[in-house]
Design a protein around this ligand. Structure first.
Ligand code: SF4
Length: 348
């Protein structure tokens, strides 16, 4: 049997159920593909269902307040995905009458849709034979073809894209792309691939060589940088904490955080630093992002500034309205678990 036949026969038997899998609604597929970037399927499922319930159409998403969109995204991380998804929805409504474009050239103009998402949406929703190259597909083909180069530039991606495009069966484009991703996620895993159960084992050169884990070839490793931050826990007499909306460019833009500053730059103070009286350090909480490790020194503090539109006092246990990134949610959980620690700094 051909590679395509082996792969699709396995996919027909083994594909996991996912709430977006039976859908041909390009908007639903778009949302699912954006959520699935950097995030596991099991984590995405409940977020997807809640998000689609809140914003069932591209029109609903385009018209929603950004605050509400970020709140529905809270906990998934990589919030720029949510902001871009909404900007994309707004463009689809204003420029395309709410219809997601069917051509590769047009769909790539939509914010947040890159070559991978474009391929996934066009093939799954519209059945077009456009490849969708993600990390799973790179790994699978690096092993199938024993590719001894990294995929950190445009040229090898283009070559792989052409290789996959030539394999796509026109009548099952969407299934083929999904089958490749599923194979990478379930069988051809980064470590200890399940070669003995692999439906395309007879087509695989790395298996024949006996060392599949040598692929994909790793380029230079990206350094994970450690950032030391001071984070302020400011409470009022009613057990509420002060959150500040992040208005500056950065990964938390639009979200609500405890006031913070870069520890090394404490003298210059960031964000609300001018109006903050920093107290002692209570603990250090760590949070790891893709290329950064945040070491957050949690300090009690008092607020001496005026209230403003970017500041809000919230009861963290009942916060339904303000999207807080996971890093700061961890601190709020710590504060809730240690109420007495911060009590003496409570503001009148
Ligand atoms: S045989 Fe092993 S290495 Fe090759 S594609 Fe299958 S799981 Fe991956």
């Amino acid at each position: 049997m051909s590679f395509q036949e082996d792969l699709l026969a396995w996919f027909d038997q083994s594909a996991r159920e996912m709430p977006w899998r039976d859908s041909r609604d390009p908007y639903a597929i778009w949302v699912s593909e954006i959520m699935l970037q950097q995030t596991q399927v099991a984590t995405v499922v409940p977020y997807f269902e809640r998000f689609m319930h809140a914003f069932p159409t591209v029109f609903a998403l385009a018209a929603a307040p950004q605050e509400k969109v970020l709140k529905r995204w809270e906990g998934l991380g990589y919030y720029s995905r949510a902001r871009n998804l909404q900007r994309g929805a707004q463009l689809v409504v204003s420029a395309y009458g709410g219809k997601i474009p069917r051509s590769l050239e047009e769909i790539l103009k939509v914010p947040g849709i890159g070559p991978y998402s474009a391929g996934a949406i066009l093939s799954i929703a519209f059945g077009l034979p456009v490849p969708a190259i993600d990390g799973n597909v790179i790994r699978v083909f690096s092993r199938l073809d024993t590719l001894r180069h990294a995929f950190d530039s445009a040229q090898p991606r283009r070559a792989l894209s052409e290789r996959v495009a030539a394999l796509i069966p026109p009548e099952r484009a969407g299934d083929f792309n999904q089958a490749l991703m599923e194979l990478g996620a379930l069988v051809c895993k980064p470590r200890q691939p399940l070669c003995t159960d692999c439906p395309v084992q007879v087509h695989c050169q790395a298996y024949a060589e006996g060392q599949p884990e040598q692929y994909p070839y790793k380029g230079k490793k990206t350094q994970v940088k450690t950032l030391l931050l001071d984070v302020a826990v400011i409470q009022d007499g009613q057990g509420r904490v002060l959150l500040q909306q992040q208005t500056q460019k950065g990964i938390f833009k639009g979200l609500w955080c405890l006031p913070w500053r870069v520890a090394e730059a404490a003298a210059e103070s960031q964000l609300a630093g001018q109006s903050l009286c920093w107290g002692e350090s209570m603990t250090v909480i760590e949070h790891v992002l893709t290329h950064r490790r945040l070491q957050m020194q949690v300090r009690s503090a008092r607020w001496q500034g005026a209230n403003g539109p970017d500041l809000v006092w919230v009861n963290a246990a009942q916060n339904q309205d303000y999207a807080v990134p996971v890093a700061h949610q961890k601190i709020l959980d710590f504060v809730r678990a240690h109420p007495l620690l911060f009590e003496m700094y409570t503001q009148a």
